[in-house]
Design a protein around this ligand. Structure first.
Ligand SMILES: NC(=O)c1ccc[n+]([C@@H]2O[C@H](COP(=O)([O-])OP(=O)(O)OC[C@H]3O[C@@H](n4cnc5c(N)ncnc54)[C@H](O)[C@@H]3O)[C@@H](O)[C@H]2O)c1
Length: 251
């Protein structure tokens, strides 16, 4: 059966790879994003809506449109996230802190709120949050991102408890460092903050995992597909790392 899938921030990066994975299974997929050019270039089979995931009016309008078009929603993925400022706590700008929490944490709540309103009457649904290994450990110079991603896991656990009796499962995926332009930006910022080369940071990230390499977006997409499948029918309330087993976050 063709499932109805919504992914926030799905016009690029991990979100787009997840969207492609669900579309390849024959699901109906809609992404929202703020990148107009990327929305215009979405591949066939993936619908796009221009929408800031951190804006309550925009997200509510998105869910109203989905209710009108699809009459419900089966799979909702809270993927929107920005890296936030890279700065020591003594120098942390409040504006950048708030912006980071706005997209990563307000965005996750707004996705879950809209999804719950559609899924509770159905008595079924899957909500998956994209947290991070930064939601499992501390990460020096990334306090806003870490706080937001720990917050996402607390939100997920509560959503899972509230909505489980309605047949709705909620989990969080915690990717480690994922190959792509975003991690390049993160590495460059951390290298500048620490006064070392980007290559030293990248090598350290891989060395700090058991599998000695960074993840690919497809690794995250495969977990998202599994969590939405019948094989995951008894999995809820879990924060699942897809990271090659991080064991040293500040090598
Ligand atoms: N890339 C990594 O190494 C990594 C690691 C762990 C967790 N994550 C998480 O995975 C998720 C996706 O990361 P990514 O690497 O694909 O990100 P990315 O930086 O490549 O951005 C993906 C998309 O987010 C969109 N976006 C940004 N702000 C938005 C907003 N307010 N509303 C709607 N769309 C918005 C961008 O336009 C872009 O299309 C994020 O939550 C991120 O925190 C990423």
């Amino acid at each position: 059966m063709s499932r109805r899938v919504l992914i926030t921030a799905g016009a690029n990066g991990i979100g787009l790879v997840m969207a492609r994975a669900f579309a390849a299974l024959g699901d109906r997929v809609r992404v929202c994003d703020v990148d107009a050019a990327a929305l215009a270039a979405l591949p066939e089979g993936i619908a796009g809506t221009s929408c800031d995931a951190a804006s309550a009016p925009a997200m509510d309008a998105l869910f109203e449109a989905i209710a009108a078009e699809w009459g419900g929603l089966d799979i909702a993925i809270a993927n929107a996230g920005i890296k936030g400022p890279t700065a020591g706590i003594a120098d942390m700008p409040l504006e950048g802190w708030r912006e980071c929490l706005g997209v990563n944490l307000d965005g996750a709540m707004l996705l879950a709120r809209g999804a719950a309103r559609l899924m509770i009457p159905q008595g079924q649904g899957v909500i998956t949050f994209i947290s991070s290994t930064s939601g499992l450990y501390g990460t020096p110079f990334r306090a806003p991102y870490v706080a937001a991603k720990w917050g996402v896991i607390g939100l997920m656990k509560t959503v899972a408890m509230e909505l489980g009796p309605h047949g709705i499962r909620a989990n969080a995926i915690c990717p480690g460092s994922v190959n792509g332009p975003r991690i390049d930006r993160v590495i460059e910022a951390e290298a500048a903050a620490k006064g070392v080369t980007p290559e030293a940071i990248r090598t350290g990230y891989a060395a700090g995992t058991a599998l000695k390499r960074l993840s690919d977006p497809q690794d995250v997409a495969d977990m998202a597909v599994f969590l939405a499948s019948g094989g995951a029918r008894m999995i809820s309330g879990q924060a699942l790392a897809v990271d090659g087993m991080t064991y040293n976050v500040d090598p």
